[in-house]
Design a protein around this ligand. Structure first.
Ligand code: ADP
Ligand code: TRP
Length: 328
């Protein structure tokens, strides 16, 4: 019997919130690059509407959107396989967001951890911050996404999206696709220079496209124990080795581990090897980024062309939603 399988449409959004680090690369970007190969359709957008909840400086926001676009394209997002666009280039999402706001209970949003955390930190919330998960639901539902890869921190937002979609369908008939979340649990947490989780909030990052001299300085300054050059060392408790593993083959890791255990191998040597491996790993992406930077017209045309295609999907869903609720 012929089996009809639904199209796999993957969608995710990235906030243009800062300079990307290798934790973002191994924890999120590389998965998006891989998933574009497996999906029937892949959508990735820069969530600039979401950024407005924290009222960024306008020029800084524009600049960060540009940088994120360069970063993702350089890291391997292929516009032939992924529709890569700016959220605000498809403003239909705001209309859907409004409609969804009108079926979303205040209690559901009050329970959102990320909202509660911000309140606990003394933030005086604006309404955009409060209804952030509804705009995120609109992002996902507008494009009838089936699978949404996100980090653990976004799991609850995805559950809210599912709740909203189910409620809409119950109230107005089957219209929206209830998406599945995809939390990649294989991804190990990338440690920062100090051994805690790498995060822009901890000032312990290695930027993907950072200035090589500055990165080398950061790596050479990583804290280690105070064993002398001659003493044997334990690779498994050393953060330099943990980071080296991200950029090396099993054979290279074994070779470095042997050197640690044999003695006469200093942390300075290991740090230099880590720096070299980091530079080699990202060299093709750095080169690609430089080419893209020299061609801003190309980057803009990728975002615009993708947005037009995304808009066609968005308008179709929005029309169905408008009809369902009695607007047309
Ligand atoms: P940050 O902690 O620097 O603010 P974000 O919260 O903006 O990073 O993370 C964006 C994405 O990168 C998320 O999907 C998150 O899971 C992933 N990510 C961030 N830091 C790490 C890390 N140290 N290890 C693995 N993944 C990470
Ligand atoms: N809230 C997400 C984050 O901070 C970004 C985002 C916005 C998103 N809309 C989305 C992620 C839709 C997945 C799907 O990381």
């Amino acid at each position: 019997m012929e089996q009809k399988t639904a199209k796999k449409r993957i969608l995710t959004g990235v906030q243009p919130s800062g300079i990307l680090h290798i934790g973002n690369y191994f924890g999120a970007i590389s998965a998006s690059v891989k998933l574009q190969e497996e999906a029937d359709e892949s959508f990735l957008f820069i969530a600039d509407f979401h950024s407005l909840t924290v009222n960024p400086d306008p020029d800084a926001l524009r600049e960060r959107v540009k940088q994120v676009a360069l970063d993702f394209l350089a890291c391997g997002i292929d516009p032939a396989k992924t529709l890569f666009f700016r959220q605000s280039d498809v403003p239909e999402v705001c209309e859907l967001s409004w409609i969804l706001n009108c079926i979303t209970g205040v209690g559901l949003l009050e329970r959102a951890h990320s909202y509660k955390d911000k309140i606990a930190k003394g933030f005086s919330p604006n309404n955009g911050l409060f209804s952030y998960p509804v705009l995120m639901a609109a992002d996902i539902l507008l494009y009838k996404s089936t699978l949404v890869p996100v980090g653990k921190d976004q799991k609850q937002h995805l559950e809210i999206t599912r709740d909203i979609a189910i409620r809409f369908n119950q109230m107005y008939g089957e219209t929206l696709v209830v998406p599945d979340g995809y939390i990649n649990t294989d991804v190990a947490v990338v440690p920062g220079l100090d051994g805690q989780k790498m995060s822009k909030s901890y000032n312990n990052t290695i930027e993907i496209f950072g200035n090589p001299k500055a990165i080398r300085k950061k790596i050479m300054g990583m804290p280690t124990d105070c064993k002398t050059l001659e003493e044997p060392k334990d690779p498994d408790t050393c953060n330099v080795f943990a980071l080296y593993k991200l950029f090396s083959t099993k054979a290279q890791q074994e070779e470095m581990a042997e050197r640690y255990r044999a003695g006469n191998y200093g942390y300075g040597h290991a740090k230099q090897a880590l720096f070299d491996a980091y530079m080699d790993f990202f060299a093709p992406m750095r080169k690609r980024r430089e080419e893209l930077e020299a061609d801003p017209g190309y980057v803009e045309s990728v975002l615009k062309t993708s947005a037009e295609k995304a808009k066609a999907v968005a308008q179709e869903t929005l029309l169905q939603v408008q009809k369902a609720v009695g607007l047309r």
